[in-house]
Write a protein that binds this ligand. Structure first.
Ligand SMILES: *Cc1c(COP(=O)(O)O)cnc(C)c1O
Length: 452
């Protein structure tokens, strides 16, 4: 049987951990205004974000208190369980201990409400009535719909058209929680109109949907924009995962040698691993950090570490990060949450400074791992999270071959109950593996802005 460690309520962490002051010296480069090439100031962001979140985005404080109103909502599903995957260990015949932190118990089914709730809260405090945001596979849109509903706000979700058509139940979920869901590109924004004029059949992309949501927010006073990953304040909110996991590992009498997660924009993995990274950077602990991504969108394993835009239509500040080029549209893999062209600057800097490694897997590899996990631990994982499972399995097999008693911890970022058609394809042998889209990435990389 699996061993489940739950924290009692009086032990819950009450602060988020901000890794910025602990980052290796000189490893961070400021976001730049694309017009002037100079570092941006708070005023560059104030049209779309409240000052409180801008403050967190640039904060040098090591800890930030979680507001009580946010905690009251966190308690609907937090603390999440830390589970020792004994059946999986047995199936792999490994001496390694495998633990996972399960974020799929939130109402939306992933880690994303950890930041959607505080983002809605701070916007509400600032007098904002409506949030405009984008969603790919629907996970982030669901989380934001839930969060805005909890604070009596409105929500408009620009949902990438291909997912809008493929995932009607994700859309229904957002509508149940009161959001308006639009298939992006729409004809409501200039960004959407521009794309549709070039290609009326466009199936959209995350980069396009971001452009639309940002424009909606920038052109309405009482509307703000909200991003589900990549930015410092988003990663900050997710550290509740790792802060809980540290206390739970302590209760279990263990400490990880390897900390693993999947990376789309980097937020769930940052959430789990930053508190452990603190132990490495400040405490000199010897821990391996391993991030897993798809071969179809190999941002960290194959991308460049350079300044680029966060969206297709170049409306965001330039950020120093791993990127495949802002107009790169990855193949339609089922791990929709990992189809982003770039990576959180904080994750990128940790890879660049040699504190974190990355690995890439194909769809069939990750579904094979997902099935083994479902058949041993019971939970049917999200395709995104299955990248982390695959990496954990590989590490456990490595430990078996080396005869080492390693302790592995990974983040199970969400369940896969809305992804059954993908499982269906895998089980019927129809799941496609995409070759590394080298040519498309090369074309896209030529359009990365040249600075100075
Ligand atoms: C969105 C999503 C991801 C990828 O986003 P990150 O910011 O990299 O965490 C991973 N897993 C699940 C279940 C998601 O919904």
């Amino acid at each position: 049987m699996a061993i489940k460690t739950i924290l009692s309520e009086d032990k819950l962490p009450t602060r988020w951990y901000n890794i910025v002051p602990d980052m290796p010296e000189g490893s961070l480069s400021p976001p730049l205004n694309p017009g002037t090439g100079k570092p941006i100031g708070p005023e560059d962001l104030s049209a779309i974000f409240p000052m409180s979140l801008i403050g967190q985005e640039v904060s040098a404080e090591q800890y930030i208190d979680i507001p009580e109103e946010v905690y009251e909502i966190y308690k609907l599903w937090r603390p999440t369980p830390l589970i020792r995957a004994l059946q999986l260990e047995k199936a792999l015949d490994t001496p390694a201990k495998i633990y996972f932190k399960y974020e799929g118990v939130s109402p939306a089914g992933s880690h994303k409400p950890n930041t959607a709730v505080p983002q809605a809260y701070y916007n509400k405090e600032a007098g904002i009535k409506r949030i405009a945001t984008e969603t790919g596979a629907g996970q982030w849109g669901s989380a934001m719909a839930l969060a805005t509903q909890m604070f009596g706000m409105e929500c408009t979700v620009y949902m990438v058209k291909v997912s809008f058509n493929q995932k009607p139940y994700r859309r229904s979920m957002m509508e149940v929680w009161g959001a308006e869901v639009l298939a992006s590109p729409t004809d409501r924004t200039q960004s959407g109109q521009k794309i549709l004029a070039e290609d009326p059949e466009s199936l959209g992309s995350l980069g396009i949907a971001i452009s639309e949501a940002v424009e909606d927010a920038a052109t309405h006073d009482d509307v703000n924009y909200s991003l589900g990953s990549v930015l410092n304040h988003v990663l900050l909110h997710q550290t509740i995962i790792g802060e809980e996991a540290q206390l739970q590992m302590e209760m279990a009498g263990d400490y990880p040698d390897t900390v693993i997660g999947c990376i789309g924009g980097g937020s769930n993995y940052a959430g789990l691993c930053f508190p452990f990274m603190r132990d490495r950077l400040a405490g000199g602990k010897d821990i391996q950090f391993l991030a897993a991504e798809p071969t179809a969108c190999p941002t960290v394993t194959k991308g460049s570490y350079t300044y680029d835009f966060g969206d297709t239509l170049q409306s965001t500040p330039l950020m120093m990060m791993h990127t495949l080029g802002h107009d790169f549209v990855p193949p339609g893999i089922h791990a929709g949450g990992l189809r982003y062209h770039a990576m959180a600057p904080l994750i990128s800097a940790l890879v660049d400074s040699g504190n974190m490694d990355a690995v890439a897997y194909t769809q069939n590899q990750i579904f094979e791992a997902a099935i083994l996990f479902a058949r041993t631990e019971g939970i049917i994982p999200a395709p995104e999270a299955s990248h982390a499972i695959k990496a954990a399995i590989d590490k456990a097999v490595e430990a078996r071959e080396a005869g080492e008693e390693k302790t592995i911890l990974f983040n199970l970022s969400g369940h896969g109950y809305f992804d059954m058609s993908a499982y269906d394809q895998y089980l019927s042998g129809k799941l496609e593996d995409y070759a590394y889209p080298e040519e498309k990435i090369r074309e896209s990389m030529e359009k990365i802005p040249k600075l100075g």
